[in-house]
Design a protein around this ligand. Structure first.
Ligand code: ATP
Length: 318
């Protein structure tokens, strides 16, 4: 194997740049020519490649987003699209590919591996919804971005004696809401894995008001409900002013945390090592702070376990 490539796919996640940097630098150290593929699998189909060198990845370790850009490609989901992508890899003599993304991207990497392009998946998604790894790249930065927002909203909501609902990302996973809620001392955490009763939220807010607390913050995972709707429902039931904020894309931006930079550096470098060892159709991840790798099919077949004990602790400490 002489030439390898790297692409980012699916939603962008802070730390993807640190992973690209690790792949490029580790690839060069290992004696490969390294190519960047712009715009994910779409770029692969179109042959949108760029030869990378050490300086192509200078000054990016701290930056959110991805210098290679990311995209979703419907064409690549078809057999025909995958054939085109595999053919393009052959034309450019690329034998190994590092795919940084989430479960959809991994499914694509598995298909490409079956078509003769050795692929290794690196988990890059803020949702932390991949069961086989304790953390995916971008999650920690997203949690810290939510924490910043909690601090700001606390300042303003306590000045007005309001309750605040903060809706956070995560798709069907409640991890961002849970971790940010626990770290931010939120008074309520609503996640899809546990569900919630409106009456419980109303009682919590009234009890806090009766104790003279000036404000309450409820973190709502996007997969568990709609912030505006919850705001209305609470105000119809209790005499408390509620304001909701949907954080949206600010959760993805900003400087990448040290945790994500280190995780991305370790995982990106390990992916290159696996390619150098002749491995394919595998993903890298982290468990108990140790790097692991396994078959893509096995990883995608695992069911995510919600950290229930952490949730129960957060509820106790509310
Ligand atoms: P995120 O968690 O951030 O959404 P993701 O990798 O799960 O990341 P998707 O949009 O699901 O994001 O997938 C990214 C791309 O991977 C898709 O646009 C498509 O090109 C490819 N892909 C997704 N699912 C499959 C599949 N089952 N087979 C082949 N390719 C797929």
């Amino acid at each position: 194997m002489k030439n390898i490539a790297v692409l980012t796919s699916g939603g962008d996640a802070p730390g993807m740049n640190a992973a690209i940097r690790a792949v490029v630098r580790m690839g060069i150290i290992s004696g490969f020519n390294v190519f960047g593929v712009r715009k994910g699998f779409r770029g692969l189909i179109n042959g949108d490649f760029e030869k990378m060198n050490e300086s192509s990845v200078s000054d990016i370790i701290q930056r959110g987003g991805t210098i290679l850009q990311t995209a979703r490609s419907e064409e690549f989901k078809t057999e025909e699209g995958q054939d085109k992508a595999a053919k393009m890899a052959k034309i450019f003599d690329i034998d190994g590919l590092v795919v940084i993304g989430g479960d959809g991207s991994f499914a694509g990497a598995k298909r490409l591996s079956e078509k003769g392009v050795a692929c290794i998946g690196v988990p890059g998604t803020i949702d932390n919804d991949l069961a086989y790894t304790d953390y995916s790249i971008g999650f920690d930065t997203a949690v810290n971005n939510v924490l910043d927002a909690i601090n700001r909203i606390r300042d303003t909501s306590s000045s007005h004696e309001r309750a605040s609902i903060i809706e956070v990302m995560g798709r069907y996973s409640g991890d961002i809401a849970l971790y940010a809620g626990l770290a931010g001392g939120a008074e309520g955490i609503i996640v899809p894995e546990m569900g919630f009763e409106l009456d419980d939220i109303c009682r919590l807010l009234i009890e806090r008001k009766n104790k003279g607390k000036l404000h309450s913050i409820i973190i709502l995972a996007e997969g568990a409900g709609d912030a505006k709707q919850l705001e209305q429902q609470i105000m119809e039931n209790v005499d408390i002013e509620v304001r909701s904020t949907i954080l949206g894309y600010i959760q993805r931006g900003g400087s990448t945390t040290a945790f994500d930079r280190i995780l991305a550096s370790r995982l990106g470098a390990r992916a290159v090592e696996l390619l150098a060892e002749g491995k394919s159709s595998r993903v890298v991840g982290i468990r108990d702070n140790k790097l692991i790798d396994m078959e893509i099919v096995e990883a995608l077949g695992m069911k995510k376990v919600f950290p229930r004990e952490l949730y129960e602790l957060a509820i106790k400490l509310q």
